[in-house]
Design a protein around this ligand. Sequence first.
Ligand code: GLC
Length: 450
Amino acid sequence: MNEARFTRRDLLKGAGAALASGALPVSGLRAGGAQPAAAAPDAARERRMRWWHAAKFGMFIHWGLYSVHGRHEWAMEDEAIPILEYEAFARQFKPKPRAAREWARLAKAAGMKYMVMTTKHHEGFCHFTTSTTDYCSPKQGPGRDLVQEYVEAAREQGLRVGFYYSLMDWHHPDGARSEKDEAARQRFVPYIHQHVRELMSQYGKIDVLWYDVSWPLTKEGWESEKMNRMVFELQPEIIVNDRNGLQGDFSTPEQHISAEAGGRAWEACMTLNDSWGYQAADDNWKSAKTVIRNLISCARQGGNYLLNIGPMPDGSIPEESVRILREVGEWMQRNGEAIYRSGLTQPEDSDYSSFTRNGNILYQHVYFWPGTTVAVCGLQTKVMSVRLFASNREVRFQQDPYRLLLTGLPERAPDSPVTTIAIECESQPTQNSQFVRRQKPRAGVNITPA
Ligand code: GLC
């Protein structure tokens, strides 16, 4: 039997005290509710982005000539490699047929719902069919259109298709010169616009356009308004990011998780080790647990998580990445619902767990399993029932205005690497740890002598 030893009124009294003290964070009150006026929802954008918000988890793929070199995608600049020396990689780049199928299968197995592949990175090499240059996959080592292969592979697995495209170009003679030389800019910008046109018109419906690095020009220099107008004319349902100098549809915090204010959409992109492109010696892998914790952290704050793989030159995925993403995928099979269906979640204070929420159900994701009891402080709603999410096993609990205590749990974590507990509440769960700090009865200073 669960012992809910206090009434809804007790709880409301607690919340009332906290509200009166101004202690409940405003963001908490807003969780899942109306957004501030500053972010008046644009209905068309909301419609375009619906699938993306539900998707939560995507695969980023950095693959290019830097994969042949195997020393990070910035090596061309960071090692100041002469152009002719670097161009040799274009002839050596001979990926195996349909390598993208492995990526798409792994993405699907990991619980990812979309993919974003580098169609051209800063090095300037195009993976797509283009009228602008011979420095492209169809005309160099691969001898075929790798964007086409990628698009087909993603669609075969029912995944949404995204294109990363770097505006900055270290190969084009005007790429850097255009900063100070208007004639160079006038040659270079149409070259870039033509790439975007080709990407938006040669491969059917594209779901995401992910611009990168706008150095050395401003949005005026890139003619970004015109660029996005063309994109939306060719792909009316697409969503675009914020890296061509315009706001676009979503923000792109990189290598860190930080939520946008005012309901603006955001996606945290991260590497699995320390490199985007294949770096053979980079062994600083994130654990599956870290990946899952990051995914939870994005989902609870209303954001997406775009996690990178850096395939080897033949297109194979580094073994460690496969191992990590498979483990994440197994966990997602058991617990994914608590991620995909999550809305903004206010509770966050815990030293061994984090939270997501779907309606009145609070999911507690325990990443450091403490043992036979698990607790949540300052929950401002009455708990109706508690279950281990993956096994659906009922969990006993006690609740008072300060603490929810789950009892009779196994010594060892029932799930790995993170155990999810579904806490069904009477109303939308919020937490107020300041209420606990201020109101929890404290001891006197004099302890009765033994
Ligand atoms: C940075 C890096 C680039 C990487 C990108 C991913 O812009 O320059 O190498 O592709 O981040 O977000």
